[in-house]
Design a protein around this ligand. Structure first.
Ligand SMILES: [Zn+2]
Length: 214
């Protein structure tokens, strides 16, 4: 899928003025620009220079804006580090650290594979309303790691508890930093199309007792 955005790296020049540079032959490649910004930021951190790098994007003939996914990752990372430092007890510090580790693992896997795994409620697999008992069907599916509208990384899924007519179930929800909302119906359709030919990406019925997909 070719995305409409062009990407560039904003940082400060020798006079401290912000400049945006972009690779003209990879202008639409968010992953390349993202890697470029990361490398630059790591380089600055190693030299104990205050990082001033930001991934920028713009629509054709549009204004440059901060890439919301990049911005959200930096904010999440810094907030996670601050929580570890501010933890009042060893236990709280361990919890904050494992929370940040889980997030880093999610981001790394998403970047490396281009995919994320989510558990969603599949209404189409359920009995129509008013027919029989409520029986929520939750499926684990694989979808793109990136928003289908703008190409920003999708948010990290978190499991929530829901109860419908006394039946408990645990689907995932996630907030995309770009603000585009994913509906369960749309991502199920996406998972079917996203599957390379012959590969099954809709897998596992939900096991109510363990809360895990089989
Ligand atoms: Zn988006």
């Amino acid at each position: 899928m070719r995305l409409p955005y062009e990407y560039g790296m904003r940082s400060n020049d020798a006079d401290g003025d912000p400049v945006i540079v972009m690779s003209t032959n990879e202008a639409h490649d968010r992953a390349a620009a993202d890697a470029w910004c990361r490398t630059r930021r790591a380089w600055q951190e190693e030299r104990e220079i205050t990082p001033d790098v930001t991934l920028m994007r713009r629509l054709p003939d549009g204004e440059w804006e901060e890439d919301p996914g990049w911005k959200s990752e930096i904010t999440t990372w810094e907030a996670g580090c601050a929580r570890i430092e501010a933890a009042p007890t060893d236990e709280a510090r361990r919890d904050a650290r494992s929370e940040l580790d889980a997030w880093v693992e999610f981001k790394t896997t998403a970047r490396e594979t281009g995919q994320i795994r989510v558990k969603v409620r599949d209404y189409s697999a359920e009995a129509p309303w008013g027919v029989g008992l409520t029986n929520p069907v939750v499926r684990a599916i694989v979808i793109s790691a990136y928003c289908v509208v703008c190409g920003c990384p999708r948010g990290m899924p978190r499991r929530i508890h829901q109860c419908d007519d006394g039946v408990h179930y645990w689907p995932d929800v996630w907030n995309n930093p770009c603000g585009h909302t994913d509906m369960y119906e749309a991502v199920i359709k996406e998972a079917e199309e996203f599957a390379p030919a012959g590969r099954i990406t809709l897998f596992g019925e939900y096991d109510e007792s363990s809360g895990e997909a089989g």
